[in-house]
Write a new protein. Structure first.
Length: 188
């Protein structure tokens, strides 16, 4: 169901370099660039998920400037993209919001740079998204990826963008753009 595809950029919980659960920093570029990709592909909502008040303040400052402030007059296209962004503290908050809005639990897609057992192809993911009557939520992790606890919540795991590459370290904004294109393409 392409009319209710949503994405979430997870900053907590994510894995640190040592494999322990951490909160990662929000970047201005991720907010802007992923929002622009979301708007270009007809994504319904882009959730930025961070539990840290200081990082939430960063997101709010970006949104205040571009959606409510003088950035709106400077670049209306940027405003249009950033209007899709919604700040949440936890993934569970995102899921609860979608359930409240739609009356249905979203179908969750886990993304990772690592090959995982049971992962599905983008062709299969695109087919599932087009055929489901549930809202779809595609999760993107920051830092060294999302932990097992998030994987366990998901309905599907997508194959990595470059599973066979000897260098598999795309920025999350590049990976999000590629994955969204592979799943939705021109069928907005």
């Amino acid at each position: 169901m392409l009319n209710d595809v949503r994405i979430a950029l997870i900053h907590y919980p994510v894995l640190g370099k040592d494999g322990k659960i951490v909160s990662s920093a929000v970047t201005n570029l991720d907010i802007h660039d992923i929002a622009r990709t979301a708007r270009s592909y007809g994504i319904k909502k882009y959730y930025v998920v961070t539990n840290l008040p200081a990082q939430q303040a960063v997101v709010r400052a970006v949104l205040d400037y571009w959606v409510e402030g003088s950035g709106k007059e400077y670049n209306i296209s940027r405003t249009e993209a950033l209007q899709l962004v919604e700040l949440k503290s936890y993934l569970e908050d995102v899921i609860d919001t979608i359930k409240q809005e739609t009356g249905k639990k979203p179908l969750l897609f886990f993304t990772s740079a690592k090959k995982r057992p049971g992962s599905i192809s983008y062709e299969e993911g695109a087919r599932i998204i087009r055929e489901t009557d549930r809202p779809v939520l595609i999760l993107f992790g920051t830092s060294w990826g999302m932990p097992q606890e998030i994987l366990d919540m998901c309905d599907y795991v997508l194959e990595p963008v470059r599973a066979s590459s000897d260098y598999n370290h795309l920025s999350v904004r590049a990976a999000a753009a590629i994955i969204i294109d592979r799943l939705i393409g021109e069928e907005v």
